[in-house]
Design a protein around this ligand. Structure first.
Ligand SMILES: Cc1cc2nc3c(=O)[nH]c(=O)nc-3n(C[C@H](O)[C@H](O)[C@H](O)COP(=O)(O)O)c2cc1C
Length: 218
């Protein structure tokens, strides 16, 4: 009996330890009073952020702009060679209202974020980005990674080019979406790949390509 109880107890503790924290994001809006032309005119790299937190609504909108699914057949906000979608988007969060600091992965199918690490890792991400202060000071940074193999399996070496083109589409979507939300953002390409991989907890097959710190402008 005692053995049975201890088995149940360890099972329950195990469940607790390995239970994923999954957060349903609020529905993104699909209309805005800001025109595309206005976002294009106003887009500038912003590197100074206020200490104000972002909301889950803003995070939802930014992730949707990056990889949101916009039709039942699976089409997304950004194009992808062969509709293979080799990119993933992560969130390194420290200043989001009602969201515990941590690293999260975006699931575009369920419009959810899944916590993969606890704690505020913005300082480490800044160090990995050659100590760029805006990476530490922004309430969140989005990290876009690629699994090249998904695209090169079909297109061979040319697939590498396609993946690099795609990350530009995704990043520009996010930068323009940030403007429409009256937020500031900067695309960051200078970082140590292996350090960023460690922060995200991903292996060699996944290549970090872009970091996009976002926050309220100061
Ligand atoms: C591929 C790429 C990499 C970049 N990397 C960085 C970076 O590591 N740090 C940074 O502060 N800005 C970075 N930028 C932003 C550029 O410095 C910025 O876009 C440029 O100065 C033009 O200014 P604007 O974005 O305000 O038009 C990068 C931009 C691109 C396109």
């Amino acid at each position: 009996m005692l053995r049975f109880l201890s088995f149940i107890l360890s099972f329950l503790i195990g469940c607790q330890l390995y239970a994923e924290t999954v957060i349903d994001l609020p529905k993104p809006r699909q209309k805005s009073s800001v025109s595309l032309e206005e976002t294009l005119t106003k887009r500038r790299s912003v590197r100074e952020f206020s200490s104000e937190t972002l909301t889950l609504q803003e995070i939802s909108q930014l992730l949707w702009s990056a990889q949101g699914i916009t039709e039942p057949a699976g089409g997304r906000t950004a194009p992808s060679a062969g509709a293979l979608y080799p990119l993933k988007v992560y969130l390194v969060a420290g200043g989001v209202k009602n969201l515990a600091p941590g690293v999260y992965r975006y699931d575009p199918f369920k419009h959810q974020i899944i916590k993969i690490k606890d704690g505020d890792l913005r300082g480490l991400l800044s160090e990995a980005s050659l100590w760029q202060p805006w990476v530490r000071n922004a309430p969140v940074s989005f990290v876009i990674t690629a699994v090249y193999e998904i695209t090169t399996k079909k297109y061979g070496e040319r697939g590498v080019r396609y993946v690099h083109i795609e990350v530009g589409h995704v990043a520009q979507n996010m930068l323009l979406q940030a403007v429409a939300l009256d937020l500031g953002a900067v695309p960051v390409g200078a970082f140590y790949d292996s350090e960023v991989r460690k922060i995200l907890g991903v292996g060699d097959k996944e290549q970090p390509l872009y970091i996009i710190p976002v926050g309220k402008k100061r």
